[in-house]
Design a protein around this ligand. Structure first.
Ligand code: CA
Length: 225
């Protein structure tokens, strides 16, 4: 699945892009309408995430042009604009969804997935490792077929670990993905979340453990049952 992210705020683009990559998407970035048009001229995308306030014009122009050309790629608008007007205008112009800034990266990722799934693509497919299964759209975790209650952050952490399928996930990556711009990330908080997830998995009595790779990050492993 290949997604075009059109966003001129570099920091936001970086964060959103990381979240989408972690969700299994290939992300191409453009920071202006001109760059987006160049990308769209040479590649086929499965989805577009489009900021409206761009340095060389209004993203709405690009959206209108695409739909006029018969391009129906699923498209989500990002807008800082208040009021129903801009949203209705976007949806009328053929956007499939919109998100008002500021937003949490997790929400954007979840909504892109829902948008793709609604359109019959495979991003929402269930994840698994050992006796853990996870439904990324419903956000439901099961261990040995039994539902396991996890907090939102524990769920996000587990999802990142599952998406790497037993490979190390760098701690820095988790910090950037699990915490938004405004969250205060003390390095403790990732450790605390890992520790809570580890306990919950242990209590559930499954075969999967969260292993710490010193100095690197975390990974899922099959432990002794
Ligand atoms: Ca902007």
């Amino acid at each position: 699945m290949r997604l075009l992210l059109v966003e001129d705020n570099e920091r936001l683009a970086e964060l959103v892009s990381k979240g989408l990559v972690a969700a299994g998407l290939v992300v191409d970035r453009a920071d202006s309408i001109a760059q987006a048009e160049d990308a769209l001229a040479v590649a086929r995308f499965d989805a577009i995430v489009l900021d409206l306030g761009l340095p060389d014009g209004d993203g709405m122009q690009l959206l209108r042009r695409l739909r006029e050309q018969g391009n129906s790629t699923p498209l989500m608008i990002l807008t800082a604009r208040d009021g129903i007007g801009a949203r209705v205008e976007g949806l009328n112009a053929g956007a499939d969804d919109y998100l008002i800034k500021p937003f949490a990266t997790e929400e954007l990722v979840a909504r892109v997935r829902v948008m793709l799934r609604r359109l019959g693509t495979g991003v929402g497919t269930e994840l698994g490792f050992g006796d853990i299964t996870f439904d990324p759209v419903a956000r439901e975790t099961k261990v040995g077929g039994q539902p396991l209650a996890l907090s939102r952050r524990e769920t996000d952490l587990l999802e990142h670990l599952l998406r790497r399928g037993g490979k190390v996930v760098p701690k820095r990556f988790l910090e950037e993905s699990l915490y938004g711009f405004d969250d205060d990330v003390s390095s403790n908080s990732i450790e605390a979340t890992v520790s809570r997830l580890r306990k919950r998995l242990q209590t559930a009595g499954g075969e999967v453990v969260v292993h710490t790779v010193r100095g690197l990050g975390y990974m899922l492993m099959l432990g002794a049952k």
